[in-house]
Design a protein around this ligand. Sequence first.
Ligand code: EPZ
Length: 407
Amino acid sequence: MEGEVTVHGAKNSALPILAACLLSGGECTLHNCPRLSDVDATLKILRHLGCRVKREGGTVIVHAQSVTGKEIPDTLMREMRSSIVFLGAILARMGEARLSFPGGCELGPRPIDLHLAALKKLGVQIREDHGCLHCSAKHGLRGKRIHLAFPSVGATENVMLAAVLAKGTTILTNAACEPEICDLADFLNACGAKIQGAGDSTISIQGVSRLHGCEHTIIPDRIVAATLLSAAAVTHSRVLLRRVEPVHLESILSVFEEAGCQFRCEGKELEILPPAILQAVKHVRTMPYPGFPTDAQAPVMPVACLAKGTSVFVENIFENRYKHVGELVRLGASIKVEGRVAVVEGVSRLSGTAVQAADLRGGAALTVAGLAAEGITQVWGVNYIDRGYESLEGMLHALGANITRIS
Ligand code: EPZ
């Protein structure tokens, strides 16, 4: 492979920002909004709640003047469990919300205890029955000091969305610091919110009476960037990524550097120069930002599979995020999993066969591994990959990979 590819907008930024459009009384124009099935599911929920939504290429325009909905039906919740981020936004706009308990997902149970505890602090009454959450804030939402036991990305976003129109100021401590949190704060502040400290572990949200519309460009997807870097590394290809935020990739780049890759960075462009022989990475520990992101664990694992030596991955964020390992072993990788630890012995070659994706990032990992495997690799379950990648096969094909989608 060789060449240049543009990294699309961040899924995990687009989803909470689209939910935040519910809070605006005006027109919200979102540029660089990726074409993903998770984004489509979110647009469906916005329309269900009464928003007018249209897409013009990479731009999505949302009008939320006539929102009447307070409920997300089970079918839509099931389609995407991260729809829980609508809870804070619907409560802030409508004063009550009803949505089904988000089930588990392929990463294991996805608890929302931190979300609910924080929302209760803001004055939300929550009743759970028959798998449904009935939430109401009869006396409105009031700003409070809230501490998160874990810097949960979704809980941080739900607090920001619920607090932005509350009476008084909310101080959130041990907040998530991910770039997507900053992007959400930038969007809300562009609509007239008063949020300070996003990106640090203490965020203050001073409630305002209303939000107007705005125009916003969504940040690039750092996990898509990590995936493309992994594809370049395992095929020893010189690749230039356009439209990246290098500062969001620091923990990822240091892993690739340890594997022997060199980088040339200029503004929003990043070129990777992989070594002839990849070196093992001693420890890859997933951590909250700015640590190594859990979402990059699977997409980067193929680099370790083909490196010289032994690499150790420790998955500290989710309890069940090694479903791709069994399928990588089918491709000839040598990996042992013990709980949160995966020990990867590098091998000299992988050989193609049919493999099954079980989740979004695992599917990306199998596709990357297939690029380096001898012979044909068939990756089943492309629907998982489509949740977070705007035509992964299109991006790789543009770099010269021999890859086609079999509909
Ligand atoms: C967001 O999920 C992302 N999704 C995930 O990306 C990402 O892996 C995760 O953050 C961590 O960075 C979106 O932004 C849509 P968390 P979220 O709350 O908010 C536990 C992808 O591949 N927890 O930070 O659900 C939880 O079980 C997806 O793009 C509680 O215990 O992640 C997990 O172990 C996958 N109670 C840990 O915290 C709670 O109330 C991190 O979860 C909430 C979370």
